[in-house]
Design a protein around this ligand. Structure first.
Ligand code: FES
Length: 107
């Protein structure tokens, strides 16, 4: 399943897309790191809320962490590990994606 075009994600930034995973429609966080994209379910391990404050609008701290808009949990962007805040030690649920010919696909 195609998710988006690589160039629709700003370098170092985020995008939100909907994808069917298993039988469920899920909201995903996409993060661009050069020519690579990492993806996680848009579900915070703290209280199950979405991390964006409006669809596709994610907070990034000056340390370069993704910050949940609900209660401020911070996640590093290699593995999605929570490094500060109320769910420290937990992690976002990673989703495998791949970039082919400038398009981002579910792997
Ligand atoms: S739901 Fe994300 S920090 Fe509480």
């Amino acid at each position: 399943m195609r998710l988006t075009a690589l160039n629709d994600i700003v370098e170092g930034g985020f995008a939100e897309v909907e994808a069917v995973i298993g039988d469920d429609a899920e909201s995903l966080i996409l993060h661009r790191d050069g020519d690579a994209v990492r993806a996680w379910l848009n579900v915070c391990p703290h209280a199950g809320r979405r991390l964006d404050w409006a669809p596709g609008q994610f907070l990034k701290s000056k340390e370069g962490h993704l910050v949940c808009a609900a209660h401020g949990a911070s996640f590093e962007l290699q593995r999605g590990d929570c490094v500060a805040g109320p769910c420290r030690g937990d992690a976002l649920h990673a989703i495998a994606v791949q970039v082919r010919d400038g398009e981002v696909w579910l792997a």
